[in-house]
Each structure stands twice: as structure tokens, then as C-alpha cells.
Design a protein around this ligand. Structure first.
Ligand code: ACO
Length: 318
């Protein structure tokens, strides 16, 4: 293991990648499978279509490989792999399987914090850097279609499959991460859950109400930790569950919707993958400049919430 040197090194994101299954499932196709309509789904959620298929390990390998290529790193140089997923292919060892397929030899572990998982993993990755690791691969992947009850029109239109990854590299000084918050309220577990081997069960209205509150609370804590205000945020990258939840959270935070990264119209809710998918889309479309403050905020079953503030850019100390 690398030596512990707390406080001397920070991390910056130096590469990213995504993976989406080829199969597109549109609202119109869903309406042929169950009693719903494109109009209802778009009006209530903002989702037009989603991607279905693939395995958690397979999608993770694809997004991870892209992120490593963009960072220009040989896999052997990675010191740690954190895989956020709430739909593992196997009871354990999912990150290890990805590590092996990518040709890496490093610590590799799974994190399950439902849809907050990617931000939990990102904060863990920065923690590893602070403790001496130089290069960490953070992946968020979910294949929710496997635990979706396709006979339940209350949940089936929402969930989908995908993966997103980032490489964090160490730099001298504090790095990108300015503030963070990880939260959970286990008293709310019953409003959104899935038994092992079972389907997602959800009290939609209650999840909506709580989600807005817990997201706003976590985001405000991260901004306070970073010493910034909502006006300073150039881009908010929220969990992609429902555009109305994003809209309500942005309104309460005082961040205009134009500053939100939104991809759920094409991806649906991909849980651990939703934030890195939205981040990659914003980056690929030139929406983030060096020096911009980016606020990540997720919420999910548990209920969990997680947020962090990063200042984009910074040179990689190789
Ligand atoms: N198509 C057509 N009608 C439907 C559908 C559908 N797919 N689903 C429900 N309806 C009907 C209901 O039966 C109800 O009819 P009624 O008035 O005759 O009883 C009506 O539409 C309204 O239903 P509601 O459930 O009250 O609709 P709501 O406006 O609350 O929207 C939704 C439902 C979209 C699920 C919303 O509550 C929501 O987004 N909640 C949050 C969900 C969420 O974010 N979950 C993910 C959390 S992240 C994670 O960890 C996985």
C-alpha cells in the first residue's frame, strides 16, 4: 500500500467514460407492454427513453476502460478501484472482476449506497488519494432493469441500465474537492427498497417529497463545507431520477435549471451511473471550464444522500 501522507495531496479528475446498453426502450414501446403512455411518463418524470441490457461488470469494464484511455494511463498504474453499484452481478467481487478484466492489480471494492453510490465512491476515492494513493478509478454502474417489476407501471417507466467512470489522480496541494457531505436516514428505508432477489418497491410520492428535502440539505452542507454559495455554482450534477425532483431541488437551492446537467430524458434513472453519465455529457458538450465550481448531489434508497463540491481543472502531478 502507498504510504499515508494526509493533507499533502489532493485529487483531480483526469479522465471519464460511459457505457450504455445498445437496446433503446422508448415510452411508446413501454405503452405497448403496460397501461401507460408517453404523455404520462414525460409529464411526470421527463423520461422519453432508456437503455436496457448488459451486466454490471461488463458495463463497468467498458466505462472504466474509456476513462483510463482518456487519462492516458496504463491500467497497471491504478492504485485503487471503487465500484458503486446497487445491482451487483455477484454477491461479492464485482470490483475485483472489473479490475481483473481491465488488467489492473490494486485494491478493489464495491460500494452500495443506492443512487447516492457514485458520490459516496467519489468521496472514498478522494479519501484514498489523501491517504497516499496516486491514481484511483471510480465507477458507478447499475442494471436496474434486472430488479424492475415489469408488471408495475408505477416503477417500470423509471429505471434503466448504464455506467459511468472517472479517474482521479493526485496533485500537490488540496486538489479539486472543496467540500462534501454523506448522509443517511435509515428510518426511511421502507419507502424505497428491494429485498435480496426481489423487485424495487417504492412509495413514489413520499420518495419524491423526501428526496427534494434530503438533496437540498446535503447540497447546502457541502456548499457550506466548501465556503461557497449557490450563486458560485457553475453546474449542478444531480441524481437523474425525475426532472421534477431536479427542478424542485434547484428552485430551493436557488440554482437556475439552466445550470443543471440533465440526461434522464434519454437514460432514465440509472442509479449509481446517473451522476457520472450526466457529468460526462456536460463535459463532452463543453459546459464546464477550468475553475468552474461543480456541485454533485445524489439521493437514493436507504434513504441515502451524498454531495460534494469540486473546482474543475488543476494540473495532474505525474
Ligand atoms: N402511467 C399512467 N398512469 C400511471 C402510471 C403510469 N406509468 N403510474 C401511475 N399512474 C397513475 C396512478 O395510478 C394514479 O392514478 P389515480 O389518480 O387514478 O390513482 C396517477 O397516475 C397518479 O399517480 P401518482 O403515483 O400519484 O403520480 P406521481 O405524480 O406521484 O408520479 C412518480 C409518480 C413519477 C413515480 C413520482 O412519484 C416520482 O417520481 N417519485 C420519486 C421516484 C424516484 O425518484 N424514485 C427513485 C429514487 S432513487 C433510487 O434509489 C432507486
Amino acid at each position: 500500500m502507498p504510504a499515508i501522507r494526509p493533507g499533502t495531496k489532493g485529487g483531480v479528475i483526469s479522465g471519464w467514460g460511459i457505457a450504455l446498453p445498445e437496446k433503446v426502450l422508448t415510452n411508446h414501446e413501454l405503452a405497448e407492454m403496460m397501461d401507460t403512455s408517453d404523455e404520462w411518463i414525460v409529464a411526470r418524470t421527463g423520461i422519453h427513453e432508456r437503455r436496457i441490457g448488459g451486466s454490471t461488470i461488463g458495463l463497468s469494464v467498458e466505462s472504466g476502460r474509456q476513462a483510463l484511455e482518456m487519462a492516458g494511463l496504463d491500467p497497471s498504474r491504478i492504485d485503487g478501484l471503487v465500484l458503486a453499484t446497487t445491482t451487483p452481478d455477484k454477491q461479492w467481487g464485482n470490483a475485483a472482476a472489473v479490475q481483473n478484466e481491465l488488467g489492473m492489480r490494486c485494491g478493489a471494492f464495491d460500494v452500495n449506497a443506492a443512487c447516492s453510490g457514485f458520490v459516496y465512491a467519489l468521496v472514498c476515492g478522494h479519501g484514498l488519494i489523501a491517504m497516499g494513493a496516486d491514481r484511483v478509478l471510480v465507477i458507478g454502474t447499475d442494471t436496474l432493469s434486472r430488479i424492475t417489476d415489469w408488471d408495475d407501471r408505477g416503477t417500470a417507466p423509471l429505471f434503466a441500465d448504464g455506467s459511468g467512470a472517472v479517474v482521479i489522480e493526485s496533485v500537490d496541494g488540496p486538489g479539486q474537492l472543496l467540500g462534501w457531505d454523506l448522509d443517511a436516514d435509515g428510518s426511511l428505508l421502507s419507502i424505497l427498497q428491494a429485498e435480496v432477489g426481489g423487485y424495487i418497491r417504492m412509495e413514489g410520492k413520499e420518495v419524491f417529497r423526501r428526496a427534494v428535502r434530503i438533496m437540498v440539505d446535503s447540497a447546502e452542507k457541502s456548499m457550506a463545507h466548501a465556503g461557497i454559495s449557490a450563486d458560485d455554482v457553475a453546474l449542478i450534477v444531480p441524481h437523474q431520477a425525475n426532472v421534477r425532483i431536479i427542478d424542485a431541488a434547484c428552485q430551493r437551492l436557488g440554482i437556475p435549471m439552466e445550470r443543471a446537467a440533465v440526461v434522464l430524458d434519454k437514460t432514465g434513472n440509472t442509479s449509481s451511473a446517473s451522476i457520472p453519465l450526466a457529468l460526462a455529457d456536460a463535459l463532452d458538450n463543453g459546459r464546464v471550464a477550468n475553475g468552474d465550481l461543480v456541485l454533485f448531489v445524489g439521493f437514493g434508497g436507504g434513504m441515502t444522500a451524498a454531495s460534494c463540491v469540486v473546482r474543475w481543472g488543476g494540473g495532474v502531478d505525474d
